[in-house]
Design a protein around this ligand. Structure first.
Ligand SMILES: [Zn+2]
Length: 454
C-alpha cells in the first residue's frame, strides 16, 4: 500500500486496507458470469459485520444476494436503517482507465477504482463508523440495521419483493443513504428533493410496409413527419410545456427556496462548461438550478424511424417511434401526467396515421423537510462533521428505492452525499477522496448520535 501524508482527515490504515479489499471484488451485477464474485463480495461484508459486533446474513433475494445485518438491540431507542449497494457498473471501456478498475490505486489524495464513490466507499464508511463506535463505546446509540443490496445498478430488481418478505425485520424509524453527490469538495450536502418520473413511448404507424418515397411520397402521410409534428407541440417556443393542465398542481417556489438554491456553490458557468452547450435554455423566469431542481420537464429520450445507415435511401417509413420521460415535482403524479399527455397527443393526432401509446415506469417525486426532527438531525450531523452548514440540494434525478422505502416501510429517507463532483461514477477513473472515508466514518457516528436525541 502506498504511503500518504498524515492528516486528521486521513483514514486509519486498517480502514483503508479494508476499502482496498472491498474494491478488488469485481462485483458487476449486470454480468451473469460474475454471480460467484457477487457471492464472495457479499460474504466478505457479512464477515466484516459479524466480526464488528453485528448479526449479519447473506440473504437470498431471487437475484444477487443482499447483506442484512442487525446491531445489538437497545430498548427505547429509534431504529435506523442504512441502505447501500455492493454491486458496481462494468469497467468498460477498460482501456480508458489510468490504472485498472479493480486494482485500487491512490493518486492526489483520491482512491481510484470502480465502485470507489458508487457506492463501496460511502457504504463502507457507514459500516466502519458503526464498528468504530461499538469498539470505542461498547454500544451504539440506536438500533441499527444495514441493508446492502447487490442489484442497484440493474434497477434493484428484487429489492421491493425482498423488503416485502422481510418487512417486520426491516421496520425502522428512519433510513439513511449515502449514494448521492456533494455540491463541492468538502461541502456537506443533504439532498432535499428528487424529481419523480413518468415514461411513455409513442409509436406512429402509417403504411403497412416501407414505401418508395418517389412512388408514394406526397400522397401518403409519412409517420416520421406526423411524429415530429406531434413532438414539436410538447413545448411552446419559450420552453414552457404546452400540454394543457401540465402545471396545474405545481406549487410555485417560495422566496426562501429560491434563495437557498441561489446560495449553492454551483454556478451557471459550471453547467455551461460541463455540458459544452452554446447556451443554457429552459423555462423563462427560472434559473438553471431551479429548472433542474424544482420544475417539471418533458424530454425526448429516443427517436427512431426510417433509414439510418450510410448515404441515402429513398424510403417513406411505415413506422416512427419516440421514447419520452417527464420529470415530476411535488403534487404531480405519473398517471395524471401521462393521462394529460395522451389526451394532448390524441387531440393532435392526424387522421391518416395510427398512434399507439405505451406507458412505461413511473416514480413519485420526493421531498424531505430539513426542519423535521429527522431532517434537522441530519443537518446537525453534517455540520458537526464537515464544520460548515450543509447545502440543501434539489436533485433533478430520481432514486426509485426512496419511493420503495416510503411505500413498504413508511419511513423517510435521508440522503447524505459523500461523492464530490469529479467522482466519475459509472465512468473511467471513478474515484473517492481518501478524506471522505474518514469523514464518512465520523458522519455515520455523528448521525447516529443526533438521530438518537432527535
Ligand atoms: Zn449507487
Amino acid at each position: 500500500m502506498p504511503s500518504f501524508p498524515e492528516s486528521s482527515s486521513f483514514p486509519e490504515k486498517a480502514d483503508l486496507y479494508l476499502l482496498f479489499e472491498f474494491l478488488r471484488f469485481r462485483s458487476i451485477s449486470t454480468k451473469p458470469d460474475h454471480a460467484p464474485e457477487m457471492k464472495r463480495c457479499a460474504a466478505w461484508l457479512q464477515d466484516l459485520l459479524n466480526g464488528g459486533g453485528f448479526k449479519a446474513e447473506v440473504a437470498e433475494t431471487g437475484g444477487h444476494p443482499a447483506v442484512l445485518a442487525h446491531g445489538p438491540k437497545i430498548a427505547g431507542r429509534p431504529t435506523v436503517l442504512i441502505y447501500g449497494h455492493y454491486d458496481v457498473q462494468p469497467d468498460d471501456p477498460a482501456e480508458l482507465w489510468t490504472t485498472p478498475a479493480f486494482e485500487p490505486a491512490i493518486r492526489n489524495g483520491h482512491i481510484f477504482a470502480r465502485g470507489a464513490s458508487d457506492d463501496k466507499g460511502p457504504i463502507l464508511a457507514h459500516i466502519l463508523g458503526a464498528i468504530r463506535t461499538l469498539r470505542e463505546e461498547g454500544a451504539l446509540p440506536v438500533n441499527l440495521i444495514f441493508l446492502i443490496e447487490g442489484e442497484e445498478e440493474v434497477g434493484s430488481t428484487h429489492l421491493a419483493e425482498f423488503i416485502r418478505a422481510r418487512r417486520s425485520e426491516l421496520r425502522c424509524d428512519v433510513i439513511a443513504v449515502s449514494d448521492t453527490g456533494m455540491v463541492g469538495p468538502g461541502y456537506p450536502t443533504l439532498t432535499q428533493s428528487l424529481r419523480g418520473i413518468a415514461a411513455m413511448e409513442v409509436v406512429v404507424n402509417g403504411p403497412v410496409l416501407d414505401l418508395h418515397s418517389g412512388v408514394f411520397g406526397g400522397a401518403v402521410m409519412n409517420p416520421a413527419t406526423a411524429l415530429v409534428h406531434l413532438l414539436s407541440r410538447l413545448h411552446n417556443d419559450d420552453g414552457r410545456i404546452a400540454v394543457p393542465g401540465f402545471y396545474d398542481n405545481v406549487t410555485p417556489p417560495t422566496l426562501m427556496e429560491r434563495e437557498a438554491l441561489a446560495a449553492l456553490p454551483l454556478k451557471e458557468a459550471d453547467f455551461q462548461r460541463d455540458t459544452g452547450v452554446l447556451l443554457l435554455t429552459g423555462e423563462p423566469d427560472f434559473t438553471t438550478l431551479e429548472r433542474i431542481g424544482i420544475r417539471p420537464t418533458a424530454e425526448i429520450n429516443g427517436l427512431t424511424s426510417g433509414y439510418q445507415g450510410e448515404g441515402t435511401k429513398t424510403v417513406l417509413p411505415s413506422r416512427a417511434s419516440a421514447k419520452l420521460t417527464f420529470r415530476l415535482v411535488p403534487n404531480q403524479t405519473p398517471s395524471r401526467v401521462l393521462d394529460l399527455v395522451e389526451i394532448f397527443f390524441r387531440h393532435h393526432q392526424p387522421p391518416s396515421v395510427e398512434m399507439e401509446i405505451i406507458r412505461g415506469h413511473g416514480g413519485m417525486p420526493y421531498t424531505l423537510d430539513a426542519r423535521s426532527p429527522w431532517g434537522a438531525a441530519a443537518v446537525r450531523a453534517l455540520e458537526k462533521t464537515f464544520g460548515r452548514s450543509p447545502a440543501l440540494m434539489r436533485e433533478g434525478g430520481s432514486i426509485p428505492i426512496v419511493q420503495t422505502f416510503q411505500d413498504l416501510l413508511g419511513s423517510e429517507t435521508l440522503l447524505l452525499g459523500l461523492a464530490p463532483p469529479g467522482s466519475r461514477a459509472h465512468a473511467p477513473d471513478e474515484n473517492f477522496p481518501l478524506e471522505n472515508l474518514e469523514l464518512g466514518i465520523r458522519l455515520h457516528q455523528a448521525l447516529l448520535t443526533e438521530l438518537a436525541v432527535r
